[in-house]
Design a protein around this ligand. Structure first.
Ligand code: TRP
Length: 335
């Protein structure tokens, strides 16, 4: 190979420990994390500090952080190959966030739609952390000089802010941070609710049949897919107005690698019953190894702790370098 000496690009992403993700999170985001780990130097974090902005029950936060960490390993991320860590274990994140807070305008943070949404939904707890949440996210990214950040649509505005902050810092203090690019994942990976397929699949949906959790039992998965909303045409084809079927085709395609065309051929002359059975089987097969590995890992907490510790050490080595550089540039007196 010719280009072996060329430096690999760096990818960073993070996920909040807010409970077991859905099939939608898995197919739309986490599966891409695994794919990217082959081609890039990847860092993946459990963003526990971000979760503090909604004041979770302490015991729940603690439990869900380890669960999320285990899940990242269970989907096949290799802690030797990628750096997988828990955000709060690397204090440089909070330290750089303060410096970046001082490079962020009140007005630009106030424009963030997620801040506006969350403040409306939780008027009883509009804390300053919620306001400066995207600045911490910028610190997560800029600390590692990430070239690419895989994000969903809901985080694009935050990434744009991170780019602006990086640019501004570089202009004021001299070149310090790589300006990160969004990494747009595979198209069609936006998985919708099984009951109301014009809305994204979400684990906070009050109707549990609308989403599949990554840890659902096989028989639960089958039941949920069988009760998914379809239409009266009884023809498996991808078309406008067939949101339910389009969604099931998307799920089936993500799990099997088959194109929509191939799927339409496969189910020509067959009804939705046959199609749903095939989708259910594909999802069950997709999640089974993940669940097995997850349960195995959760029974070996010592191993998980060891991985988290090693991950944090590796992350901190990189983060430290960038933080010191930023501190020096800003004129903080250093020994
Ligand atoms: N805010 C992101 C979310 O809720 C999680 C996150 C935190 C993140 N830090 C990040 C994502 C850095 C990408 C890069 O989905």
């Amino acid at each position: 190979m010719e280009n072996t000496a060329e430096k690999r690009k760096t990818v960073l992403s993070a996920i909040q420990p807010t409970g077991i993700p859905t099939l939608g999170n898995y197919l739309g985001a986490l599966k891409n994390w695994k794919n990217m780990s082959k081609d890039y130097d990847c860092l993946y974090a459990v963003a526990d500090l971000h979760s503090l902005t909604v004041r979770p029950e302490p015991s729940a936060l603690r439990k869900q952080t380890l669960e999320m960490y285990a899940l990242l390993l269970a989907i096949g991320l290799d802690p030797q190959e990628s750096i997988i860590f828990i955000q709060s274990h690397v204090p440089e994140h909070s330290q750089l966030a303060w410096i970046l807070n001082c490079c962020t305008q009140f007005g630009e943070a106030a424009r963030m739609t997620q801040f506006k949404d969350k403040s409306e939904k939780h008027p009883e707890n509009i804390n300053v952390g919620l306001f400066s949440y995207p600045v911490l996210m910028a610190a997560d990214i800029l600390l590692y000089q990430a070239d690419f950040v895989p994000v969903g649509a809901d985080q694009k505005q935050h990434l744009e802010l991170a780019r602006n902050i990086a640019d501004r810092f570089n202009t004021v203090y001299g070149n310090t941070f790589t300006v990160p690019e969004p990494f747009i994942g595979k198209v069609g990976a936006s998985i919708m609710s099984l009951q109301d397929p014009v809305h994204k699949m979400s684990k906070s949906d009050p109707n549990p049949r609308s989403f599949i959790s990554m840890l659902d039992d096989d028989n639960v998965i089958v039941k949920k897919i069988k009760s998914a909303v379809t239409d009266s045409e009884a023809k498996v084809r991808y078309a406008e107005g067939k949101d339910g079927i389009n969604n099931l085709m998307g799920i089936y395609s993500c799990c099997t690698g088959k194109s929509y065309e191939e799927i339409e051929k496969e189910f020509e002359g067959k009804g939705y019953g046959d199609f749903k059975a095939a989708v259910a089987e594909a999802v069950v097969n997709e999640l089974r190894p993940v669940k097995e590995e997850y349960h195995r890992l959760m029974s070996d907490k010592a191993y998980l702790n060891e991985c988290a510790k090693n991950g944090a050490e590796k992350a901190e080595r990189l983060a430290r370098r960038t933080l010191l550089k930023a501190m020096k540039k800003t004129g903080l007196y250093m020994l």
